[in-house]
Design a protein around this ligand. Structure first.
Ligand SMILES: *Cc1c(COP(=O)(O)O)cnc(C)c1O
Length: 423
């Protein structure tokens, strides 16, 4: 059965044919490919076509798909039972690993998604401070909980939505939106400032020099908590995440994606004193039937135990060369490519004119909505390279992407840029 046939069946029984809007091809047109399997840097669809995959589950995969040792670990784990409703060793081991790598992380609690992690961290911040207001930044995505679904990046920006229908004014009344890369002036109603330390849901926007330090200082001045949403940056940006990369310590951290090794997981944590407000020791309630799931913690451990600080350095160097290669390849195709990178995080903006790196969603939007991405995306897909089907997403280069995979990609990029230029 073809991609089109599978997608028709999906459309009949799943709204829009997808379980997450970013997977739909709405903004680029056409029909999604339905994946059968993945291996390393590659995915294969139901028609037997393979693609060099830069989606990598939107960053959940760091070693690439179906890493043999992760698969073997999961096979062993599944034999022991998949969920108990009682403490397990895996959650202790993964919590020990995370807290040993992230300097300011004393304790961590596992949940089942990034959304849950951020939602719970915000509740904890409000409970711990006794304050209501949460400041978030325009274009940052923090999952789809009601209070944070305002001015979100990623699919929310892609679909041109200010927020979401079904979210009451009351639910967002205590969420204040500020422009990224400008330190807001806070007052003592603010419970927390929530930020992506590198904005990776408006394509890639790097924090300006002093931005994160400024947030830390402003939070300290008014007694607000600083929350790093590290669902993308955590254990991808660096061995110890954004804190070690930038030298700024938040009060609370949110994790997801990489730490589950490709299984559903999230986590939030921080200073012991703040975490003591959480039930059962404190009054802030939070719970989950599948939280700290044994398969997810086993997969997370299998991945994180396998990566070293030098893997991050090597990936960063590879991505740096690839970023320059992307800009050259796009130029060879007659367009201007801007490939900002922070460590192993990589963005790509296309333009007909020379551009400077965006500092916020307004600047990113001009480049994401200029009509060049859709033809570029499809020309790449035809050439066996899969980017995310939306201009607001970044490229995820895994440790499985070889120089050869990246070289092939650059050849396709030059051709795709030429196609987009003629569009
Ligand atoms: C993906 C993402 C989330 C949400 O995580 P889910 O697992 O999709 O719920 C939250 N914050 C950031 C920064 C993300 O990129």
């Amino acid at each position: 059965m073809s991609n089109a046939e599978w997608f028709d069946r999906a459309l009949a029984v799943i709204p829009g044919g997808v379980d997450s809007p970013v997977r739909s091809f709405r903004s680029v047109g056409g029909t999604p490919y339905t994946v059968v399997r993945g291996r390393g840097a590659y995915v294969e669809d139901v028609e037997g076509r393979t693609y060099v995959d830069f989606v990598q589950s939107y960053g959940a995969s760091l070693l690439g798909h179906a890493h043999p040792e992760v698969v073997a670990t999961l096979r062993d784990a599944v034999e022991l039972g998949t969920t108990f409703g009682a403490p397990t060793r895996g959650e202790v081991l993964l919590a020990e690993l995370l807290t040993s790598r992230v300097p300011g992380l004393d304790q961590v609690r596992f949940v089942s998604s990034g959304t849950e992690a951020v939602m719970s961290a915000v509740r904890l911040a409000r409970g711990a401070t006794g304050r209501s207001t949460v400041v978030k930044f325009d274009g940052c995505y923090h999952g789809h909980s009601d209070g944070l679904l305002v001015a979100g990046g990623s699919g929310v920006a892609q679909l041109g939505l200010p927020g979401s229908a079904g979210v009451t004014a009351g639910a967002v009344a205590d969420t204040v939106v500020a422009p990224y890369n400008v330190v807001p002036v806070l007052d003592d109603s603010v419970a927390a400032v929530l930020v992506e330390p590198v904005a990776a849901n408006m394509n890639l926007v790097a924090p300006r020099e002093g931005f994160l330090e400024g947030l830390r200082a402003e939070c300290d001045r008014v007694g607000a908590l600083l929350i790093f949403d590290e669902v993308i940056t955590g254990f991808r940006l660096a061995f110890g995440g954004a804190e070690t990369y930038f030298g700024v310590t938040p009060d609370l951290y949110c994790f997801g994606k990489v730490i589950g090794g490709g299984l559903p997981v999230g986590a939030f944590g921080g200073r012991r004193e703040v975490l003591s407000h959480l039930a059962p020791t404190g009054p802030v309630y939070q719970a989950g039937t599948l939280s700290g799931n044994p398969l997810a913690t086993a997969a997370g451990l299998a991945v994180l135990e396998r990566v070293t600080p030098s893997d991050y350095a090597a990936l960063g160097e590879r991505v740096d060369r690839f970023a320059r290669g992307l800009e050259e390849a796009v130029a060879a195709g007659g367009l201007v490519g801007l490939a900002p990178r922070v460590g192993p995080l990589l963005g790509l903006y296309l333009s007909r004119e020379s551009v400077t790196a965006p500092a916020n969603i307004a600047e990113a939007r001009e480049l994401c909505d200029n009509g060049l991405y859709a033809p570029f995306f499809h020309a790449l897909l035809e050439r066996g390279v899969a980017l995310a089907p939306g201009a607001y997403e970044i490229l995820f280069v895994s440790l499985a992407h070889s120089e050869d995979d990246l070289g092939r990609t650059l050849e396709a990029v030059a051709e795709a840029a030429a196609v987009a230029r003629r569009s």
